[in-house]
Design a protein around this ligand. Structure first.
Ligand code: SIN
Length: 297
């Protein structure tokens, strides 16, 4: 791994085609402006940023996340951390009444997605902090994979790029949840009010990254229900082709979690996928903060 220097902190490439690791920083502290700016710059220019060996209380995670701006409060209110609504609990742990304490399957049983793309201003990025990591035979379970959607865009043929020009995909918050709740009575359901608050939104499929200007494929298999103005029999094969293209191995980094990792990803320049290869009594507990974003263009 090569070590690159920045004025205040260090970063190094990680073992994968996308992402970097920041080393030598303690995110529980009140970071000086230079250090924060260096982290922000790294985050803006890398779809995935890993920071290991952190010890963060919920308040410290929220404080660090807030340095980047406003935070989203997730619509699934039942999984917000008591006293810290900016934190979405992602966990398979159940309480004494047998109720899940968090969202058990971040991303609805392992579907590639980007967070909160159904908003008018979809989330800029998410920060996931590992408190408990399931392990079997000394090997961590519950990896998360990240796909680089900017490099994926650049690798498209000129013909496909032309075809995508001006197209908008329609994002529906409940697509994945509705699909799985039909086959399983235990799936959580969005309330009528939550659905009303979050109507379908159309966003450009080719989205310009607000900080770097790079073009990204902005799709979300978990939420996209079609392409505006394009009949399903034409849009479906195109969407499938793009989903497969985005997640080709050469664009994907697989993160093997360790307790104390904070992983920050960019919701424009990356899609992510959780791995459900563990179950109780193995437990996984993560805290996610979600940064507010801007209108896609
Ligand atoms: C998420 O989709 O936000 C969480 C991913 C994970 O649990 O690995």
């Amino acid at each position: 791994m090569s070590v690159l220097s920045s004025p205040t902190i260090k970063m190094r490439k990680i073992d994968g085609p996308v992402g970097v690791e920041i080393v030598g920083v303690d995110l529980s502290r009140d970071l000086d402006d230079d250090t924060f700016r260096a982290i922000d710059q790294i985050y803006n220019t890398n779809p995935v940023v890993v920071v290991r060996e952190q010890k963060l209380t919920p308040a410290q995670q929220v404080a660090f996340s807030r340095r980047f701006g406003e935070l989203e409060i997730h619509v699934l209110k039942q999984y917000l951390l008591a006293g810290h609504p900016e934190i979405l609990v992602i966990s398979n742990i159940v309480d004494e009444n047998g109720k899940l304490i968090g969202l058990a399957d971040g991303g609805r049983v392992c579907v590639w997605h980007t967070d909160m793309s159904y908003l008018e201003r979809p989330s800029r990025g998410s920060m996931l902090y590992a408190i408990e990591v399931p392990e079997r035979d000394g090997i961590a379970r519950g990896d998360t994979q990240f796909a680089d959607t900017a490099t994926a865009y650049e690798a498209l043929s000129q013909e496909t790029k032309r075809k995508l020009k001006g197209l908008k995909a329609i994002h529906r918050m409940t697509k994945g949840y509705d699909a799985t709740s039909k086959s399983s009575g235990e799936r959580l359901a969005y309330t009528a009010e939550q659905r009303k608050e979050n109507p379908e939104r159309a966003h450009p499929i080719v989205r310009t990254h607000p900080a770097t200007g790079r073009k990204c494929i902005y799709l979300n298999p978990l939420c996209v229900v079609g392409i505006e103005g394009v009949p399903d029999d034409e849009s479906e094969p195109l969407l499938q082709e793009l989903y497969e293209h985005c997640t080709r191995p050469e664009f994907v980094y697989r993160h093997r979690w360790r307790k104390g990792d904070l992983v920050m990803w960019d919701n424009c320049a990356a899609q992510h996928l959780a791995t459900m290869d563990y179950a109780l009594p193995l437990t996984r507990l993560m805290h996610r903060t979600t940064l507010a974003g801007t209108v896609p263009f």
